[in-house]
Design a protein around this ligand. Structure first.
Ligand SMILES: [Zn+2]
Length: 427
């Protein structure tokens, strides 16, 4: 069987609608994937899991000093409400939140350049801020052409406490700082709710070593406002094509193909899978993830969260086959990272775009910037790599996460701030 990238591209069009975590549309996309799976002659299963989120009741932000102006805001999911009627308090721009930016913040609402990592978040909570604002977009945003990203409070941060958190257009934040906004009135009333999201799972049993498992993963959810075809409808159709390939060419080891829901809100699909399938993890040898692809302007990359020897192997394979592929030992913010954190070596294949060539997490993530030819490149690289590993006579990858990757994972999942915490407590 030959890879048919036109077929991939057609499936990508079919799932190219907004499909956010836990929404009806996400489930609709899951059902389209299930249909395709049965056309291939396999049986797919849906596994559901709960996603805590927020229902917005009321939001507003108004600068009250030294001028009066209301701005559009979007609250973080799983943030907390202000008191009914809102709070009026000082507003401060704290840039990147360096220590000198964090003086005298008690009771103030702060604007920060980026979503705080756990270390900074903890400092903000300790400084006693009333809430914080992050920015999405660019200083050139136009209201009718850009959307305000819906962000979500992550557990790695909220373990230190919760404050109201909101996201705004960078252009509006720029306006506030330029005009020396010093006092704001913020009202944010939300309700905690729970949605249901789904993973789609197919198993191809290995002909020789059925107890040895290698999984393919791709998240199929999108962020709000985005049809998410580059991120990550592309990966979803790539692993579908690989399912078709391995169905026709039975693997000697067991393969799982898993389309994860709710990746965009904190890798919740892969975390749910790992929690439910704990027993299986001892047999799980490798996770092969595909996240972002199909961009006409692009470059192929492999991010390896495993031992250096796997990086070397993929680099050599790429040269032998003539694939222009950059390989790095690294963690990647996707489901592969949840697997690596559970001790399972992982590698993510992706086709990044140069700046301005494709657009993740915005309304501009659309089919116009993608092609079947570009999808094919990532598909073939992923197929060549996985086939050699899946059918290897002796499985060559050690089941071990090296210390440098463990450190990166700890930092990513916010365990580092916690570690420092316990050291401090011991003093
Ligand atoms: Zn993604």
């Amino acid at each position: 069987m030959l890879i048919n990238s036109q077929r991939e591209f057609e499936l990508l069009k079919k799932i190219g609608f907004i499909r956010t975590s836990g929404s009806e549309e996400e489930l609709r996309a899951a059902n389209i994937l299930l249909e395709e799976i049965s056309l291939i002659g396999c049986k797919g299963d849906l596994e559901d899991f709960k996603v805590p989120t927020s229902k917005i009741i009321k939001t507003s932000l108004k600068v009250v000093e030294p001028y009066e102006k209301e701005y559009e805001i979007t609250p973080y999911n799983c943030s907390v409400s202000t008191p009914e009627g809102g709070i009026t308090t000082d507003f401060v721009y704290i840039e990147d939140g360096l220590d000198a930016n964090l003086v005298d913040l008690k009771g103030k609402f702060v604007l920060i350049n980026m979503g705080p990592d756990p270390k900074l978040y903890k400092k903000l909570i300790e400084a006693g801020i009333a809430g914080y604002i992050t920015m999405s977009g660019t200083a050139m945003d136009e209201e009718d052409k850009t959307d305000i990203t819906v962000a979500r409070m992550r557990e790695k941060n909220t373990q230190y406490g919760k404050v109201p958190a909101i996201n705004m257009r960078m252009k509006d934040c720029f306006h506030m700082v330029q005009n020396k906004a010093s006092k704001v009135k913020v009202e944010l009333i939300t309700e905690d709710i729970e949605l249901t999201s789904h993973n789609v799972i197919v198993t191809l049993e290995g002909t020789k070593y059925p107890n040895e498992i290698i999984s393919f993963g791709a998240h199929y959810d999108s962020v709000p406002f985005s049809t998410g075809v580059y991120d990550n409808g592309a990966g979803s159709v790539i692993i579908m094509e690989l399912l078709r390939y391995f169905k026709e060419n039975p693997p000697i080891r067991t393969l799982k193909f898993i389309w994860y829901g709710s990746e965009e809100v904190g890798l919740l699909g892969s975390k749910a899978y790992l929690a439910v399938h704990e027993e299986e993890l001892k047999n799980h040898l490798l996770m092969i993830n595909v996240d972002v692809g199909g961009s006409i302007l692009g470059k192929e990359m492999a991010l390896v969260t495993a031992e250096q020897s796997l990086v070397n192997y993929i680099e050599h394979m790429a040269k032998i086959k003539g694939f222009p592929l950059k390989v790095e030992q690294s963690i990647y913010s996707s489901d592969s990272t949840a697997f690596a954190d559970s001790g399972i070596p992982s590698v993510t294949f992706c086709r990044f775009a140069p700046r301005g060539g494709a657009f993740i997490h915005t309304r501009d993530d659309v089919m116009d910037f993608l092609s079947a030819d570009a999808l094919e490149k990532t598909t073939i690289i992923t197929k060549e790599f996985s086939e050699s590993i899946v059918n290897s006579v002796v499985f060559p990858i050690e089941k071990k996460i090296p210390d440098n990757m463990k450190n990166d994972l700890d930092r990513y999942f916010g365990k580092e701030a916690k570690k420092e915490d316990s050291v401090e407590n011991k003093k």
